[in-house]
Design a protein. Structure first.
Ligand code: AMP
Ligand code: GLY
Length: 417
């Protein structure tokens, strides 16, 4: 079988490596891929191109199915384009992609189907939004409606700051179209959990729970990032909370998807807040998470290729998904200065040379130059180990100690807070 993966990050590198383990898979093409996928057996990077170029590539090369990493391609309608050409692809069509691409749409869907979520209001009129923040309780959360590369959510303590954010989003159009409409919502406190599931158009099957660390600094301080590490399973997601999640969020989501005819074959990622008042849904993503995927797939015993094929056929069964009772820890290395400006072209080849049976290394956007792998993004590597909890921590942090690079930064408390 031949598979096409779209994306260039560590998430796509981890998906490619897992799919390569399947005996049925003969070739994996990654567009554009990175220095890590280029080194992977069965794998070949192909240039980026437009969505139509990718469709043509899949058709001309008899690709069995395509997996999409980045949300922007889903919102742009890559799934609809592939379906028109009778090509199989994992992901939501454009209509369903709005559950990730528009926060107002997602919140209205949650409200309509009784899915537990923070209280909210949607505004397109600046004056009405301003009147709302004048009488609102603080802290509150202001969200740009559309995709903003993870930067469109702000937690706000005072009226003055709320006003500044509304002005930036709605009047100065900080995120262009994406921030003309805003969602203002109740602030929730608790621990977050990411639940990544497969949806075959009939049922939603959960993989392991995962914990993501979004802040750059230890102790969850400083600026938000794309994610600085992950731990699978999430230690705070108890059996009791899982039941609560199924009853109040997952089952009702399925009811809503059926009623609104939003059926598709792909991923549903539930971003949860575990609070004293139970489990709340913060957001849907309709793709794998990064860095969740890097630790999550290490704990998946089943063949990912088989799961994807069954997802596409609509025949996924509960027993198909076999999860290990092991943990997996993923620590992200970023270029110094990230998430502000940061250095590029850091040579990370030695990390791949140092990989062991216990420690895997996944690359973010990077290129290969004369056999060397040079970074080209703020987040640079994901270092992952699976096993008993204490073993994973030791394996990853010993590896990082032994392979120091002064241009790279990582947090020492991933999975521990
Ligand atoms: P979202 O894209 O909606 O998941 O928001 C991004 C991040 O903002 C989440 O992962 C949380 O850390 C934070 N966040 C979003 N909504 C809330 C909320 N209602 N209360 C507290 N934190 C939130
Ligand atoms: N780690 C969260 C995301 O991928 O959106």
């Amino acid at each position: 079988m031949k598979i096409l993966i779209i994306g260039e990050g560590a998430r796509e590198h981890a998906i490619a490596r897992k799919l390569a383990e399947s005996d049925l898979v003969t070739a994996i093409y990654v567009s554009p891929g990175n220095g890590g996928t280029e080194r992977l057996g069965k794998c070949r990077n192909i240039s980026k191109g437009t969505l139509s170029d990718l469709r043509d590539f899949a058709r001309d090369n008899n690709i069995d199915y395509t997996v999409v990493g980045p949300e922007a391609d889903l919102m742009e309608g890559i799934v609809d384009l592939f379906h028109e050409a009778d090509l199989k692809i994992i992901g939501p069509h454009r209509k369903a992609a709005l559950l990730e691409g528009s926060k107002a749409y997602a919140k209205d869907f949650m409200m309509k189907y009784g899915i537990k979520t923070a209280e909210y209001e949607v505004f397109t009129d600046f004056k009405l939004a301003e009147a709302h923040i004048r009488q609102a309780a603080y802290p509150l959360v202001i969200k740009a409606d559309g995709l903003a590369a993870g930067k469109g959510v702000e937690i706000i303590e005072t009226y003055e700051d709320a006003l500044k954010t509304l002005e930036a989003y709605m009047l100065e159009e900080k995120f262009k179209e994406a921030s003309k409409k805003v969602v203002i919502e109740e602030y929730l406190t608790g621990k977050e959990a990411s639940i990544i599931t497969l949806f075959d158009g009939n049922s939603i099957l959960s993989l392991n729970s995962t914990m993501d660390h979004k802040k750059i600094g230890e102790g969850e301080t400083g600026l938000n990032t794309g994610g600085m590490g992950s731990l699978t399973p999430n230690p705070y997601f108890t059996e009791e909370l899982e039941k609560d999640f199924r009853k109040n969020i997952l089952d009702k989501t399925l009811v809503g998807l059926r009623a609104e005819q939003l059926l598709f074959k792909g991923i549903i990622f539930f971003g949860l807040m575990l609070t004293e008042k139970g489990t709340y849904l913060l957001e849907y993503n309709l793709r794998f998470g990064d860095p969740e995927t890097q630790s999550l797939l290490e704990t998946l015993e089943s063949d990912l290729n088989t799961l994807f094929m069954k997802t596409l056929d609509g025949t996924l069964q509960e027993e198909d998904v076999v999860l290990s009772s092991d943990c997996a820890l993923c620590v992200v290395l970023s270029a110094k200065g990230y998430p502000k400006t940061c250095e590029k072209e850091i040579d990370v080849s030695s990390f791949f040379d140092a990989e062991t049976d216990q420690v895997s290394v996944f690359s973010y956007a990077s290129k290969v130059l004369q056999e060397r792998i040079l970074s080209s993004s703020g987040r640079v590597l994901s270092v992952v180990s699976r096993g008993q909890k204490s073993e994973c921590f030791k394996n990853v942090y010993d590896f990082l100690d032994e392979n120091r690079n002064e241009n790279l930064y990582y947090r020492n408390d991933i999975g521990r807070i």
